[in-house]
Ligand binder design. Structure first.
Ligand code: GAP
Length: 457
C-alpha cells in the first residue's frame, strides 16, 4: 500500500488536498495522471452500462436535494454508524471496526461475526468483553452517528434552511423516475444510471482513497415488474455483469475477488438482499461494489412523502403498480485504487503499471532518439501532432531513451514510439510494448491503425 501511495504522490496521480495548508484528513485531489485514469474508468463504466444497453439511460442530478428526500428515503433516521469515543483522548472510532480488530487479535473471527451483530448486540458485546480503544483506554457506549452532511441554504440569519449533501446518488434517480418515464419512450424493465459525488461523515477513514468523506458513486437503479420477472434471476444476472466488467474490462485477477452476502443485521434498511463484491486490498478483503434488491421501498416512500403518483402503467396487462428495483452501486475511487494495486509490478530494473491500455492515462509516448538532431525532432513532432488528435499522447525529448522508457512504464503508458535515423530513411518507427518490452518496426502510415487495434475496449 505504501508503494502505491508513494507512486501516486511521486507521479501525480493523487495528492493530499490543501497540502500547502498542511492538508485535510481523508480528502484527496487527483493530479494530471489521476484525473485521466479516473475519467477513463468512469467512461468505460458509462460505455458498458449506458451506451451499450438499450434498456439503460443516464441522468445527472444535483448534489443538494429537497430535504424531504432524505426523510422519505429513511436516511435521516437509519443512515448511521455505531460511534464510540476514547474517554481519555476523545478520539472517535467505529464500534464495529474496534470489535473486528479485537476479534482478529483474539483469533475469534470464525467464532463471532461483527456483521451479524445488531446495534444492540454490538453494544452488549463491547460491554461484556470490556473492549478498549486502540490506545488501551475506556470507551463510551456506542451511539448512533448519522452520516449525512448537513449544510444550510439561504442568506438571512435565522431563516436558513437545513439541507443535506447527498449521501448516495441513488436518491437523485428515484426522484427523477417520473421525469424519465414521462420524457422518454422507455418501458420496463429499464435502468437509470448516474455518476456523481456523494458525501458521508465517515467516522473511520484512512486507508488512502478507500474511504473518504467526499467520493464518487456510479449507480444504476434497474426497475422491473416483480410479477413478470423473478428478482433472484435478475440479481444473478447483475452479479455476472459486474464480475465480467471487473475481470474482463478492468483486468482484475479473479483470485482477488469474492462475493459476500450481507447478514440481516448488516443489510441497509431499504434492502431485502445485498451482496458485496469484495476485492483483496492490501488491508484485507473489502467492499468494492454493492448489489442490493431495494424492492419498491424507495419509490413507495417518495410516492407517499411527495404525494405524487410514482406508479407505472403496464399497457399489456392494464396493471398499475410501483416497480421494484435492483441496484448495482460502485465507487469509481475504489475502482481506481484496485486497478492501481492490480497493475503495479516491481521488476529488476523498473516499476511497471500494467494497466489495460484503454485505462492508461497516456496511450502512447513519442520520443525523438536524440533531442539535438533537428531532422529527428521535426519528424517526431509531425508524428506527435498527428497522433495526439486521436489518442492522449505524451511528448518527451529529454534525457536518455532508457530513462524515458522507465518513466512511461511507471505511469502505465502502453506504447513508446521512437523516431530514429532509420525513420528518416524508410518511414518506420520503433514501437515498444510496455509489458513485454519487445520492440517492432511499424510504418508511420500504419501507426494510427496499429494503436487503434490495441486500444480497442
Ligand atoms: N446506494 C447504495 C449505496 O450507497 P454503499 O454500499 O453504501 O451503497 C456503494 O455504497 C459504493 O460506494 C461502495 O461499494 C463503495 O464502492 C462506494 N463508497 C461508499 N462509501 C465510500 C467512501 N466513504 N469512500 C469511497 N467510496 C465509498
Amino acid at each position: 500500500m505504501d508503494k502505491i501511495v508513494s507512486l501516486c504522490k511521486r507521479r501525480g496521480f493523487v495528492y493530499q488536498t490543501s497540502s500547502i495548508y498542511g492538508g485535510l484528513a481523508n480528502a484527496y485531489d487527483y493530479g494530471p495522471l489521476g484525473v485521466e485514469l479516473l475519467n477513463n474508468i468512469k467512461s468505460l463504466w458509462w460505455k458498458r452500462f449506458v451506451h451499450e444497453r438499450e434498456d439503460i439511460v443516464g441522468i445527472d442530478s444535483q448534489i443538494i436535494y429537497h430535504p424531504r428526500v432524505w426523510e422519505a428515503s429513511g436516511h435521516t433516521k437509519e443512515f448511521f454508524d455505531p460511534l464510540v469515543e476514547d474517554k481519555k483522548t476523545h478520539k472517535r472510532y467505529r464500534a464495529d471496526h474496534l470489535v473486528e480488530a479485537w476479534l482478529k487479535e483474539k483469533g475469534w473471527e470464525d467464532k463471532y461475526k461483527v456483521e451479524d451483530m445488531t446495534f444492540e448486540e454490538l453494544k452488549e458485546f463491547i460491554k461484556k468483553h470490556n473492549i478498549k480503544s486502540p490506545e488501551g483506554n475506556e470507551i463510551t457506549e456506542p451511539m448512533k452517528f448519522n452520516l449525512l452532511f448537513e449544510t444550510y441554504l439561504g442568506s438571512v440569519e435565522g431563516k436558513k434552511r437545513k439541507v443535506y449533501l447527498r449521501g448516495e446518488t441513488a436518491q437523485g434517480i428515484f426522484i427523477n423516475f417520473k421525469n424519465v418515464l414521462e420524457t422518454t419512450r422507455i418501458k420496463l424493465p429499464f435502468g437509470i444510471a448516474q455518476i456523481g459525488k456523494a458525501f458521508r461523515n465517515e467516522i473511520t477513514t484512512g486507508q488512502f482513497i478507500f474511504r473518504t468523506f467526499e467520493f464518487e458513486q456510479a449507480e444504476i437503479e434497474y426497475f422491473f415488474d416483480p410479477k413478470k420477472q423473478d428478482w433472484e434471476k435478475l440479481f444473478k444476472g447483475w452479479q455476472e455483469e459486474i464480475w465480467r466488467f471487473v475481470v474482463e474490462d478492468l483486468g482484475i485477477n479473479e483470485k482477488k475477488l469474492r462475493w459476500r452476502r450481507h447478514s440481516d443485521a448488516e443489510r441497509s434498511h431499504y434492502s431485502k438482499e445485498t451482496y458485496d463484491l469484495d476485492f483483496e486490498f492490501p488491508f484485507g478483503f473489502k467492499e468494492l461494489w454493492g448489489l442490493a434488491y431495494r424492492t419498491d421501498y424507495d419509490l413507495t416512500q417518495h410516492n407517499k412523502y411527495s404525494g405524487q403518483d410514482l406508479t407505472y402503467w403496464d399497457e399489456e396487462t392494464g396493471r398499475r403498480f410501483i416497480p421494484h428495483v435492483i441496484e448495482p452501486s460502485v465507487g469509481p475511487n475504489r475502482i481506481f485504487l484496485m486497478v492501481l494495486i492490480n497493475a503495479y509490478r516491481e521488476e529488476k530494473e523498473r516499476v511497471c503499471l500494467s494497466l489495460k491500455p484503454y485505462l492508461a492515462p497516456y496511450k502512447a509516448a513519442i520520443f525523438p532518439l536524440l533531442a539535438n538532431k533537428k531532422e529527428l525532432v521535426e519528424k517526431a513532432r509531425k508524428i506527435y501532432e498527428q497522433l495526439k488528435r486521436k489518442f492522449h499522447t505524451y511528448w518527451d525529448a529529454r534525457g536518455n531513451i532508457g530513462k524515458r522508457y522507465r518513466y512511461q512504464d511507471e505511469i502505465g503508458t502502453p506504447y513508446c514510439i521512437t523516431i530514429d535515423f532509420e525513420t528518416l530513411e524508410d518511414d518506420t518507427v520503433t514501437v515498444r510494448d510496455r509489458d513485454t518490452m519487445k520492440q517492432e518496426r511499424v510504418k508511420v502510415e500504419k501507426l494510427e491503425s496499429y494503436l487503434q487495434e490495441r486500444l480497442e475496449v
